[in-house]
Design a protein around this ligand. Structure first.
Ligand code: PLP
Length: 398
C-alpha cells in the first residue's frame, strides 16, 4: 500500500532528469514534454542559467520569513510591477493561495465601502483552486462534491456573456468584484474575447467593482505577452499568478493596482514561506531569461507552428471540432472523450494532457524550438488520426 493519500490517479511513470523540453524516466526512456508540469516549467528542465542562480542561492540563503526585509522579493515585486503596470505584489506559494489573497482583498475592499456581505462574480467552467474558497469559486461541480457547505459570496454567470453580468449588476448590490481567467485552462482552453474583457472593465468602473484576472495558467509570457490581458490593453485591478512564475519553484502572487493596492494593511494577510529568498530569486531569474532569450516571441512563433501544423494535418479528419488558444497555451477539441490519448502519447514518448474529457491540452515550455514544435505536431497528429479513425464505442456516439 502506498503511504501517499489517494488524491491523484497517477500515470505509471516517474522521471529522473530533464534537459530543455526533454525528460527521461527512471528506465531511461526519453519524452518530449508538451505539458511542462502543467504550465510550470517555463524554462524547461535544468535550464543552465536558472540552475546556476538557484544553486548559488541555496548555498547562501533560502528562507528568513517575512518578519524581515527580503531583497530578492522586493526586486521581484519591482519587476512584476514594471512588466504588468500594476502597483503592489503579495507573494505566496501557489495559485489557490494567490486567489485566496484576491478574494480576501475583494471582501475587505467591500467592507471598507460599507458592504457587509460582499460577493464576487465568477464564471461557468472556471478553475481557481482546491482550497475551500477557491473551490467554491470554481465552476466544476465535481470539484465541489463532498465538500459542502461551500464558501458563500460567489455569484456564477456564463463565460463571455456580458449581459449576464449586467443582469447581476441590476439586481445584486452586494457585488464587489469580478474574478475571471482571460483564458480558462482547466475549463478547456476557452479564450475570453477582447470585447468581453473591455466590457467587463467598463462594468467594473460603472459599479466600483474590482476586475480580478486569474492569470495563474495563462500569465508569464505563455500567450506571447507577459500577461494575457495585455492583448486587449485592458487594465485590471488585481491579477493572480503562480504556475510559470518561478519555473518550478513553488510560488504565487496576488498583484494589485490603484485603490486595490492599498487595501491590505499589516495584520490582514500573510504567509510564512511566501516570496522567500529561494522562490523570489527563481522568479527574478525566470523573468530575466524570458526577456533576454525573447521567449514570448518564441511562444508566438512555435505556438503558430503547432496550431497550423495540427490544423493542416487534421483538416480532413472527421472528429476534430476546434483548435484554439494563444501562443503556447493550446486546446484541440475533439468530438468525443479522448482521455486515453494521454497514455497513447506517453507510450509514444510525448507528454500531453486532456481536460474536460475531450480537449487535448498543450502547454509546452517556452524554450521550445521550431524543430521541437514540428516534432510535437508529427507525433501528435498521427496519434490523433489513428484515435479518431477507430470505430467508436456505442456509448461515445453523440
Ligand atoms: C492551476 C490553477 C490554479 C490553482 O493553482 P494551484 O497552484 O494548484 O493552487 C488557479 N487558477 C488557475 C487558472 C489555474 O490554472
Amino acid at each position: 500500500m502506498s503511504h501517499l493519500m489517494n488524491t491523484y490517479g497517477r500515470q505509471p511513470v516517474a522521471f529522473s532528469h530533464g534537459e530543455g523540453v526533454w525528460v527521461w524516466d527512471t528506465e531511461g526512456k526519453r519524452y518530449l514534454d508538451a505539458l511542462a508540469g502543467i504550465a510550470v516549467n517555463t524554462l524547461g528542465h535544468a535550464h543552465p542559467k536558472l540552475t546556476k542562480v538557484l544553486t548559488e542561492q541555496v548555498g547562501r540563503l533560502m528562507h528568513t520569513s517575512n518578519l524581515y526585509r527580503i531583497t530578492a522579493q522586493e526586486l521581484a515585486a519591482d519587476r512584476i510591477a514594471a512588466i504588468s503596470g500594476m502597483d503592489r505584489v503579495f507573494f505566496c506559494n501557489s495559485g489557490c493561495e494567490a486567489n485566496e489573497a484576491a478574494i480576501k482583498l475583494a471582501r475587505l475592499y467591500g467592507h471598507n465601502k460599507g458592504i457587509e456581505l460582499p460577493s464576487i462574480i465568477v464564471m461557468d467552467q472556471a478553475f481557481h483552486g482546491r482550497t475551500l474558497a477557491t473551490l467554491s469559486a470554481t465552476g466544476n461541480t465535481k470539484v465541489h462534491k463532498g465538500f459542502e457547505p461551500l464558501v458563500p459570496g460567489f455569484v456564477r454567470v456564463p463565460f463571455n456573456d456580458i449581459e449576464a453580468v449586467r443582469d447581476v449588476a441590476a439586481r445584486d448590490k452586494s457585488v464587489v468584484a469580478v474574478l475571471v481567467e482571460p483564458i480558462q485552462g482547466e475549463g478547456g482552453i476557452n479564450v475570453s474575447t477582447l470585447e468581453y474583457l473591455r466590457a467587463l472593465r467598463a462594468e467594473c468602473d460603472k459599479h466600483g467593482w474590482l476586475l480580478m484576472l486569474d492569470e495563474v495558467q495563462c500569465g508569464i509570457g505563455r500567450t506571447g505577452k507577459w500577461f494575457a490581458y495585455q492583448h486587449g490593453s485592458v487594465m485590471p485591478d488585481v491579477i493572480t499568478l503562480a504556475k510559470g512564475l518561478a519555473s518550478g519553484v513553488p510560488i504565487g502572487a496576488c498583484v494589485a493596482h490603484g485603490a486595490a493596492a492599498d487595501v491590505f494593511k499589516p495584520g490582514n494577510h500573510g504567509s510564512t514561506f511566501g516570496g522567500n529568498p529561494l522562490a523570489a530569486t527563481a522568479a527574478l531569474a525566470t523573468l530575466d531569461i524570458i526577456a533576454e532569450d525573447k521567449l514570448m516571441e518564441n511562444a508566438v512563433k512555435t505556438g503558430a507552428i503547432i496550431r497550423e501544423g495540427m490544423a493542416a494535418a487534421l483538416s480532413a479528419t472527421p472528429g476534430l471540432k476546434q483548435i484554439r488558444g494563444m501562443g503556447l497555451m493550446l486546446g484541440i477539441e475533439l468530438d468525443r472523450p479522448c482521455g486515453e490519448l494521454v497514455d497513447i502519447a506517453r507510450d509514444a514518448g510525448l507528454l500531453i494532457n486532456v481536460t474536460v474529457e475531450n480537449v487535448i491540452r498543450l502547454l509546452p515550455p517556452l524554450v521550445l524550438s521550431e524543430a521541437e514544435a514540428k516534432e510535437i505536431v508529427e507525433r501528435l497528429a498521427s496519434l490523433v488520426k489513428t484515435f479518431l479513425g477507430k470505430p467508436q464505442p456505442a456509448t461515445a456516439r453523440g
